[in-house]
Design a protein around this ligand. Structure first.
Ligand code: PLP
Length: 431
């Protein structure tokens, strides 16, 4: 059969009904372990001489279906599902980094990722330099002999900056490094970073993939394009692995080295596996990803245009608005729409922003994005509160910023709810 389209893969990839008792929907394999055929089979699985299920911390059929489906949607060759988006990021870097190693990352990232890279990974001796990845000279200058990857978000949370992936990939590759792209805010429906030269994609499946706020999860997808043997920077993939009789993953598994190590070492030893139930819920979500994303971006465009005309709104940072500084990048990277999450500021500043999230009645005031429902938050007092004000502003989450994740409600109802919340805040400040 010719290569299937995105909508078809979203329903069928990774699911062979005959392998699952003829089940039409992917079953939830709610089991911790798997019966070995015999002792030789057990020994072969543990030595990676054979692939198969032994224990659900490493592999599980429902989780494997999710991995295959997301890999197919991205045009990748393999994927590792994780307990959360942040767990996936950790697994990706744990395939590359040793103590003393270094990462060059965009300074416009989700606040949780900045904290993870800046604070927690320091405990492992992993250092990160945060730079403006639109400034390619700054990226070049930040790379050291210890650098193992360049890291950015395709569409940054929450400021909506769009990364010029092709240009950044070129700089990474000139230095023998992979480009890792967090594509959570776009989802594979709006953007497939591998088509522009990215090597690894990380996504929080908690957001658009699961789709309706039911399951926390993450995934790391490998394009299969990066040659881990091209230099001596990646001994974890191209060197003896003492935990498996000194096998060399790159030699043994070729293009699948990153994915196999992510499971055989990453999931086995870090243990941040995705539960089968969450994988099932995410598979169900992915079935409607294309339809939802179409409506998400349609609604976001309507709400962004309406807010930009609103007398109490000082600015709207939606890349899909005419005149946005990101218009050329939207055209190139996000022709189907600039996502459905963006930030805006109210003329009343910090207090007005906080009042809006306090006073919405239909929209939910929560720390999440990519739900079917409209969600709002005031990042500087919540998701990005661990950052200094300077870092907040650099990340696009200064004190006056409200983030909205536009949902699938009728746009008139979203406008009515936002407007009543703005008016209520105004009245309270005037009193
Ligand atoms: C862009 C981005 N990446 C990663 C994450 C982390 O995902 P999770 O909450 O599933 O760990 C988030 C969470 O909001 C995010 O917005």
């Amino acid at each position: 059969m010719s290569k299937q389209h995105f909508e078809t893969l979203a329903l069928h990839a990774g699911m062979d009904a005959a392998a699952h008792g003829g089940s039409c929907q992917m079953p939830v394999y709610q089991t911790a372990s798997y019966v070995f055929e015999d002792s030789a089979h057990a020994a072969d699985l543990f030595a990676l001489k054979k692939m198969g299920n032994s224990y659900s911390r490493l592999t599980n059929p429902t989780v494997s279906a999710l991995q295959e489906r997301v890999a197919a949607l991205h045009g990748g060759i393999g994927a590792v599902a994780a307990a959360s988006g942040l767990a996936g990021q950790m697994l990706a870097l744990a395939n590359l980094m040793m103590p003393g190693d270094h990462l060059v990352a965009s300074h416009r990232l989700y606040g949780g990722t900045i904290s993870q890279l800046k604070n927690t990974f320091r405990q492992f001796g992993w250092q990160t330099s945060f730079v403006d990845v639109a400034d390619l000279d700054a990226v070049r200058k930040a790379i050291t002999p210890k650098t193992k990857a360049v890291y950015a978000e395709s569409l940054a949370n929450p400021g909506g900056a769009i990364t010029d992936i092709e240009a950044l990939a070129k700089v990474a590759h000139e230095n023998g490094l992979p480009l890792i792209i967090d594509n959570t805010m776009a989802s594979p429906y709006l953007m497939r970073p591998f088509e522009f030269g990215a090597d690894i994609v990380c996504e929080s499946t908690t957001k658009f993939l699961a789709g309706n706020g039911t399951a926390v999860g993450g995934i790391v997808v490998d394009s299969g394009h990066f040659d881990w043997t091209q230099n001596d920077k990646f001994p974890l993939l191209n060197g003896p692995e003492p935990a498996y009789n000194n096998i060399n993953f790159a030699r043994e598994f070729g293009k699948m080295a990153f994915t196999v190590r992510g499971i055989a070492i990453g999931l086995r030893d870090i243990g941040a596996c995705q539960s089968p139930m969450n994988a099932f819920l995410t598979l169900c979500g992915i079935e409607t990803l294309a339809l939802r994303m179409e409506r998400h971006v349609q609604n976001a465009q309507i709400i962004a245009e309406w807010l930009s005309q609103h007398p109490d709104v000082s600015w709207v940072g939606y890349a899909g608005l005419p005149g946005s500084q990101y218009a050329p990048l939207v055209k190139k990277y996000l022709p189907r729409g600039a996502g459905s999450i963006f930030t805006f500021g109210l003329k009343g500043g910090f207090e007005a922003g906080r009042a809006l999230v306090q006073n919405v009645q239909m929209a939910r005031h929560v720390a999440n994005i990519g739900d079917t429902r409209t969600l709002v938050i005031h990042p500087s007092s919540t998701t990005h509160s661990q950052l200094s004000e300077e870092h907040q502003i650099a990340a696009g989450t200064g004190p006056d910023v409200v983030r909205i994740s536009v949902g699938l409600e009728h746009p008139d109802d979203i406008k009515a709810d936002l407007d009543q919340a703005i008016q209520k805040g105004k009245k309270a400040r005037a009193a």
